[in-house]
Design a binder for this molecule. Sequence first.
Ligand code: NAP
Length: 281
Amino acid sequence: MESSVRTTTLPCGEAIPVLGQGTWKMGEDSRRRADEVRALKLGLDLGVTLIDTAEMYADGGAEVVVAEAIAGRRDETFLVSKVLPSNASRAGVRRACENSLKRLRTDRIDLYLLHWPGSVPLTETVEAFEALKQAGKIRHWGVSNFDTDEMQELALLSDGDKVQTNQVLYNLVRRGPEFDLTPWMRKRGIPLMAYSPVEQGALARNARLDAVAARHGATAAQIALAWVMLHDGDIAIPKAGSQEHVRQNFAALDIKLTPQDVADLDRGFPQPTRKRGLEMI
Ligand code: NAP
């Protein structure tokens, strides 16, 4: 199926969708499993081919759900997974990646992220990522929950410039990254991957979005997503456990926020005026 999903370009030159599918909390309850698989499959049908998961989610259970959803469709999927900082040593990364590949029932991960900064020297993790690339186990690597100073440190390392994304908490009520992290990343052409783009569902119930939503005949959650994807190059990865939410999130791609909408949202959700440490969920 021809995808109508807009794309952004990674530093390596590869285009990936600006809308992906999150999987945190999937694989935790067997009664929800069929719905989760159906939701992810519908996303793929619609062209939302980027799926974000992690070894941490449901202790690997989310990766197993993803495997079921992408069975027979691996080549159309852009698979993102993450290694825990406690596994970020040379041997640990190799082992964690093998385990993720087994659960995902695939031979490669498209983008492998360090889940958050930890105590293993970053240079060792970067070397391990590069070795996995050489071995064909991963195609690209990136980081998650890295603040500006950590991105700067990474950039100074040998092969640090191979980083493809930084996945961070970013949405209307978490605008902190705009102060200096997103400008730093934009300058270097590194797309930001925004996690919890609807603040784990809370923005779907936020009355400050109602007026803009009414103008577009949309829901508050759709406006929250459209706002994240408005920013040049940014990617939103909402988690949807139902087909209805997948459809709504896909439809958010067609919402064109006007300058008036953006001004109203800026009033309701002000931009940061000073540096704050990067928030994490
Ligand atoms: P989120 O995507 O902001 O919110 C998910 C919640 O919103 C779910 O309860 C979902 O309900 C609901 N929802 C989704 N679409 C909706 C819609 N159209 N209308 C109303 N409600 C809607 O939060 P998240 O799961 O924390 O973040 C997204 C993904 O980012 C995660 O799944 C994970 O892959 C990634 N993540 C990464 C990190 C990291 O440290 N790197 C941290 C957190 C998350 P249903 O499930 O009922 O559809």
